[in-house]
Design a protein around this ligand. Sequence first.
Ligand SMILES: Nc1ncnc2c1ncn2[C@@H]1O[C@H](COP(=O)(O)OP(=O)(O)OP(=O)(O)O)[C@@H](O)[C@H]1O
Ligand SMILES: [Mg+2]
Length: 284
Amino acid sequence: MLKLENVTRRFGGNTAVADVNLEIPQGQMVGIIGASGAGKSTLLRMINRLIDTSDGSIVFKDQDVSRLRGSELRRWRSDCAMIFQQFNLVPRLDVLTNVLLGRLNQRSTVKSLMGIFSREERAQAIANIERLDIVKTALQPAGTLSGGQQQRVAIARALMQSPKVILADEPIASLDPRNAQVVMSALRDINQREGLTVITNLHTLDTARTYCDRIIGMQGGRVVFDGTPADLTQAAARRIYGAEADDESFSEAVTSTALEQPAPEAPVSPQVARQVAKLVADAQ
Ligand SMILES: Nc1ncnc2c1ncn2[C@@H]1O[C@H](COP(=O)(O)OP(=O)(O)OP(=O)(O)O)[C@@H](O)[C@H]1O
Ligand SMILES: [Mg+2]
């Protein structure tokens, strides 16, 4: 259980998040929606301690994580992996190495810098790469992948931390509808199969409705909606987004389900295919 009690964040005179109270049971998939500036990113960032709270506390399994320091804070950060809109991969490093970097905060920096990864870590990385269905890309520089593939690399990297919670800040905002669907399905699958809590900021109502158990709506730093997809009526959307929700173009943009044809997979050279096959065989 993740419990937010009176969580508030101020930036100077501006209150970005105001007095938020939430209880999120382990294993729930939660979508956070709201207009730009509503405080969604600030809320996620406080949970994983990229920024501190101004007031209130964030409690995970009876531990107040908003007060942690040093090694305990590092452990918490590795328990809640973060996924970003812009993937945050190292573009010139290959996919396998990027995924292995997910182990960074669980091992010594020297070992990591020298690229020394154990057989077990490599096997775990390959398993996660297979899980996200990007084996063919394992030896390609991450920067050469499509956006959807890069986000799947980021998820595989997050899994290397063996997290208990995944926090995703607009994970599909840079993706076309087809890739967006693949990435959301991957997150949902991990959530359901491994019982990981997933909390994700989303900018389309429809995505939140399709993939999440629970939807939280924010406006002006406050939680103004908390319910199931079925509860998210047009009236509720108006409460979250204001009159903008009635605008025709708004509803189009936030509720569109149109899916484009799947993009063709990038061709893989036989040489790369052989190397990847060897890598997989070695790891098993
Ligand atoms: N580091 C910061 N310094 C000052 N103000 C900030 C900072 N980060 C966020 N804010 C302010 O806090 C408020 C909430 O911002 P936040 O980024 O959390 O919104 P958001 O809901 O994620 O918006 P978006 O949908 O555009 O990503 C905004 O008014 C923003 O300007
Ligand atoms: Mg944001």
